[in-house]
Design a protein around this ligand. Structure first.
Ligand SMILES: C[S@@+](CC[C@H](N)C(=O)[O-])C[C@H]1O[C@@H](n2cnc3c(N)ncnc32)[C@H](O)[C@@H]1O
Length: 233
């Protein structure tokens, strides 16, 4: 068998074996939503692995980063970085410094491994913290803030968004993205999620909202917004 075909077969077998492992662990831990909210223990590790390897998650993270248009001097903060896919994209896109928080120790370990070189180079800083207790070291100001499939888990999200707004530099932007993962989710579910994000951002004092969709199944929605008085367009 030619080498590329052998590699593809090996990858497919590895993925199938890993999926079987996920199904087995899930059979022992039915708290799938709880694991997405706060991955812990063995079930948390397989949830993290699945998040990192799902092709739609990779596409979604790269897309959200592309919408932010980061520059070499940009200081960026991600809330709920999970396995660190968007952090890696931001570093690849040339962001000056990427900061991230996630309240899960499992996710901090996975994201730190995935971004080890950028962390060593002093371009990425990942911290274990909850969005309602952001450490003072991350007061900002930031040129961009993002959260992907995370806001739905935050306590008092409008209040959290208002706190994040105060951390944005003049001209800075926030990107909040969601791809509904509930069983039976459709394009309508994604539109509903986008409307909820728009309402929360407006309640938190953001302006200049712009909503985009990425054609996945179901679609991912991303709302970009600015702080009033900033020169973002
Ligand atoms: C569904 S995962 C999404 C991960 C990643 N953003 C992605 O798209 O691949 C949600 C992440 O948000 C994190 N999270 C949930 N609530 C949080 C909170 N209050 N503070 C910080 N992180 C939180 C979880 O630990 C988890 O890593």
């Amino acid at each position: 068998m030619p080498r590329p075909a052998r590699r593809a077969v090996t990858a497919a077998v590895e993925y199938a074996v890993a999926r079987a492992g996920i199904v087995a662990v899930r059979a022992l831990d039915h708290d799938v939503i709880g694991q997405a909210h706060h991955p812990r223990g063995a079930a948390g590790r397989v949830t993290a692995w699945e998040m990192a390897h799902r092709p739609s998650n990779r596409q979604r993270s790269a897309w959200v980063v592309s919408l932010l248009g980061v520059r070499p001097a940009s200081r960026v903060l991600e809330i709920g970085f999970g396995p660190g896919l968007a952090v890696a994209e931001l570093a690849r896109a040339g962001a000056g410094h990427v900061y991230g928080i996630d309240h899960s120790a499992v996710m901090l370990r996975q994201a730190s491994r995935r971004n080890a070189a950028a962390i060593r180079a002093g371009r990425v800083t990942l911290i274990r913290a909850s969005v309602d207790q952001i450490p003072p070291a991350l007061d900002g100001p930031f040129d961009a803030i993002l959260a992907v499939n995370s806001l739905g888990f935050w306590p008092a999200p409008a209040q959290r968004l208002a706190e994040l707004r105060r951390r944005l530099a003049p001209g800075g932007r926030i990107a909040i993205a969601a791809q509904p993962r509930c069983p039976g989710a459709t394009a309508d579910t994604s539109r509903g999620a986008a409307r909820e994000i728009e309402e929360l951002l407006t309640a938190a004092g953001f302006t200049q909202l712009s909503t985009q969709a990425l054609a996945l199944s179901p679609p991912a929605a991303c709302v970009i917004a600015a702080s009033p008085g900033s020169s973002a367009s």
